[in-house]
Write a protein that binds this ligand. Structure first.
Ligand code: ATP
Ligand code: MG
Length: 236
């Protein structure tokens, strides 16, 4: 079976005020196709950094990342953007919707960027709006929606082009417990229906336990963990 994500010896550091901080120290990890994997670790441990490297938003300088068997190593910015546009759906903690575009055009964006005809794109948008329970809100603008509704739009946008891989960075971090639970359930159902793989950053034990497996990022290293054994750990 191929891996949706395969990371080898990935090292990354940031330079600030003349000092270098090592964030990822020869990280090895993978996410099998079609599986959901939770990524946990204390605040500042480098989870978002790892997601940005995997998505190609940030260039890999040392080590390697492969997405569905395709190595990012020899791709330029343009090629990485294309790969991301076709194969990855990204859900951010802060929704990241474009406020000058209607809900419909926010969801259609990944299709528009890969040149899909608008008639085809809007038909697909309609399916997704139904799936996330927002049928009829297509012409609204994001600032008219609640946090939970905005996150459902962001989920629709991440799934609209049927990517093989979903990267989600604390998708329920800005929601109250109840909306968070509903949004997670929705995300899980849609990802499963579509057969996509998902790497999901979370600080919630409940969310992490709903994934197929969990990875802990600690001191620059990633290891497979049993979330039940981490009950009282600082990882959350
Ligand atoms: N562009 C940058 N330049 C310098 N340092 C950065 C940059 N981005 C992140 N960092 C630092 O790298 C470390 C890891 O940050 P990152 O955002 O990956 O953590 P995180 O695990 O996602 O944390 P949280 O759970 O709070 O979201 C932090 O110390 C952060 O300050
Ligand atoms: Mg983060």
């Amino acid at each position: 079976m191929t891996n949706a994500i395969h990371v080898e010896a990935l090292t990354h550091s940031y330079t600030r005020a003349d000092s270098r901080t090592l964030i990822l120290d020869s990280v090895e990890m993978s996410v099998p196709s079609g599986q959901s994997v939770a990524l946990i670790g204390r605040s500042g441990s480098g989870k978002s950094t790892l997601l940005n490297l995997i998505s190609g938003l940030e260039p890999v300088k040392q080590g390697n990342v492969s997405i569905n068997g395709q190595s990012l190593l020899n791709l330029n910015d343009h090629q990485r953007t294309r790969l991301r546009g076709r194969q990855i759906g990204f859900i951010y903690q802060a929704f990241n919707l474009i406020h000058t575009l209607s809900v419909k055009d926010n969801v259609a964006l990944p299709l528009a960027l890969s040149g899909v005809h608008s008639g085809t794109a809007y038909a697909r948008v309609k399916q997704l709006m139904d799936a996330v329970g927002l049928a009829g809100r297509e012409e609204d603008y994001p600032d008219r929606l609640s946090g939970g509704e905005q996150q459902r739009v962001a989920i629709a946008r991440a799934l609209v082009h049927e990517p093989a891989l979903i990267l989600a960075d604390e998708p329920t971090g800005n929601l109250d417990a109840n909306s968070g639970r509903q949004v997670m359930q929705l995300l899980r159902d849609l990802v499963q229906q579509q057969g996509s793989a998902m790497l999901l950053v979370t600080h919630s034990q409940e969310v992490a336990r709903s994934a197929d497996s969990a990875l802990l990022l600690n001191n620059g290293k990633v290891e497979v963990v049993d979330t039940l054994a981490l009950e009282q750990s600082a990882a959350w």
